[in-house]
Design a protein around this ligand. Structure first.
Ligand SMILES: CC(C)(COP(=O)(O)OP(=O)(O)OC[C@H]1O[C@@H](n2cnc3c(N)ncnc32)[C@H](O)[C@@H]1OP(=O)(O)O)[C@@H](O)C(=O)NCCC(=O)NCCS
Length: 139
């Protein structure tokens, strides 16, 4: 299968965004997913060249001066373990190579994955509003 990587949403419609947010009790719809991608400062997608289906995505938001934050990275379960997630992170870090700081939150077992990609562990804090898990108009 040929996979292409793209940093634009060209050709991406909600029907190309099925199967993400695995295990989320109240996941966003494909329409909200597309909205999220459109509103992110930077996106990188892994796309099945033949069907145009998105099989992996990473987003970043940035102040364009010092900092960037990576809220989402996901590869569809059927495509995991083939290096796609690693490539998405590498490509995004390359695009953010001028940023002073690039942060993300992950579970401890995933730190090994990100360490291999040049990142290092740090402590973090977070809050969650589960009523908004499927999407909201934040501001
Ligand atoms: C994390 C994720 C994006 C990796 O995508 P991928 O395409 O499988 O990544 P790669 O093939 O480049 O690398 C796979 C490596 O990540 C490791 N990995 C993936 N998920 C892991 C997890 N939950 N815990 C620990 N290691 C994990 C694999 O064990 C593998 O390591 P190995 O090469 O030593 O065998 C994918 O597993 C995924 O979408 N997970 C669900 C969403 C998620 O957890 N996103 C990260 C948010 S911080």
């Amino acid at each position: 299968m040929a996979i292409k990587y793209q940093d634009s949403l060209k050709g991406v419609t909600p029907d190309k965004l099925r199967g993400f947010f695995v295990d989320w009790p109240n996941p966003p719809s494909s329409v909200s997913h597309l909205r999220l991608l459109k509103n992110s400062g930077l996106v990188m997608l892994a796309v099945d060249d033949k069907s145009g289906k998105v099989i992996g995505f990473i987003t970043a938001i940035t102040d364009k001066v010092l900092s960037a934050y990576i809220p989402f990275l996901e590869v569809l379960p059927g495509y995991q373990g083939r290096g796609i997630g690693g490539k998405l992170v590498k490509r995004m870090l390359r695009r953010l190579s001028k940023a002073y700081m690039v942060d993300l939150i992950c579970d401890v077992p995933l730190q090994k994955f990100y360490k291999r990609l040049g990142m290092f562990p740090a402590a973090g804090m977070m809050t969650r509003n589960y009523r908004s898990q499927s999407g909201a108009k934040i501001c």
